[in-house]
Design a protein around this ligand. Structure first.
Ligand code: DGY
Length: 330
């Protein structure tokens, strides 16, 4: 019997997913669930035909050159800024991500963070837990309204649209957005969404939510100059990727009242955070949990497994990013 293809699963994932993969592959796991260094990843990949990755592993040209037998890189995340797609394509390595299955869960978290920042939930809860609540006061923890406010969405892809739906249909918000291309009328009209310039987006948003992919061009899309254009009552929420916001500039803006508050799920250099963020009362911080509900994380891992199985069987992975390596058009 021919040997089964060998696949490396870089982090601990669900047993039901591993069980599926073990039927067809020789599966190498990371039982300790320790994030590996780049060098360790290269070492573990020797002899592997494919790798199942998360957002944390860097797949670059050096790794590909050190692992010439690698045929597929299947990520359980939708964002793939950790993978050098052109380098993979140039070497005929198939890459897949895991879109769609996390859209609504990530939109829920984005909306929750925006609301928490606007209504000062973390700040008031910390105060209450410290035992400081001894009387009612008319101006106690007055925040910003969400209902009826203007929701700005930077990056109107699937998750951006899902956040806009929550705002427009659930909270009566006016939706403005900026995206590389304008949405089709059948998407724009039901949301009453307006495509605006970056300056209009910054100036008019009461609550600005970032949902764009990280690319070198999107590095520090929101820095000191952009924050200075925003309303002093505005909130900023980032559920996309660290590096889209200049975290140092955001700390300064939150400290000096340039904007009112922020909700962040992602950070430059995470899991390390800019130390200034931890000191600020007016920022809600979560540890990159946008897609973190069990059903969604399981669906993401199953989709990565579907891609892996199809890729090594010579079929068409359902969410391939470079199907041209199979001779298909993308
Ligand atoms: C993604 O899929 O890109 C998310 O950030 C992972 O939680």
């Amino acid at each position: 019997m021919p040997a089964k293809p060998r696949v490396l699963i870089t982090r601990a994932v669900f047993e039901e997913v591993l069980d599926r993969l073990r039927v067809v592959f020789d599966v190498v796991t990371n039982a300790a669930d320790e994030p590996w260094s780049h060098a360790t990843l290269i070492e573990r990949l020797q002899g592997c035909d494919a790798v199942f990755v998360t957002t944390g592993e860097r797949i670059d040209a050096a790794l590909l050159d050190a692992c010439p037998q690698l045929r597929a890189v299947c990520s359980m995340a939708v964002g793939y800024n950790n993978i050098d797609l052109p380098a993979c394509t140039a070497r005929g390595v198939l890459v897949s991500n895991a879109p769609d299955v996390l859209t609504e869960t990530t939109a829920d978290l984005g909306f929750a963070l925006m609301m928490a920042a606007a209504r000062r939930l973390s700040e008031s809860e910390r105060w209450l837990r410290r035992g400081e609540w001894n009387r009612w006061a008319v101006d106690q923890f007055c925040g910003q309204d969400v209902h009826g406010a203007t929701l700005g969405v930077l990056g109107m892809g699937r998750i951006g649209q899902a956040i806009a739906r929550r705002g427009a249909l659930g909270f009566g918000m006016e939706v403005i957005y900026l995206n590389r291309s304008r949405l089709a009328p059948e998407l724009e009209v039901p949301l009453g969404a307006r495509w605006v310039s970056k300056l209009e987006l910054l100036r008019e948003s009461d609550h600005l939510v970032l949902v764009l992919p990280y690319t070198p061009a999107n590095h520090h899309q929101i820095g000191a100059a952009e924050l200075a254009q925003m309303k002093p009552t505005a909130t900023l929420t980032n559920v996309a990727r660290g590096g889209i916001v200049d975290d140092a500039a955001l700390v300064t803006a939150l400290h000096s009242g340039v904007i009112a508050a922020a909700g962040l799920d992602v950070y430059e250099g995470e899991p390390a955070l800019h130390p200034g963020l931890l000191e600020l009362p007016n920022v809600v911080l979560t540890p990159h949990i946008g897609s973190a509900s069990r059903p969604t994380r399981l669906a993401m891992a199953q989709l990565a497994a579907d891609n892996l199985i199809a890729a090594l069987a010579g079929g068409k992975p359902p969410t391939a990013l470079n199907p041209e390596v199979l001779g298909d058009t993308p």
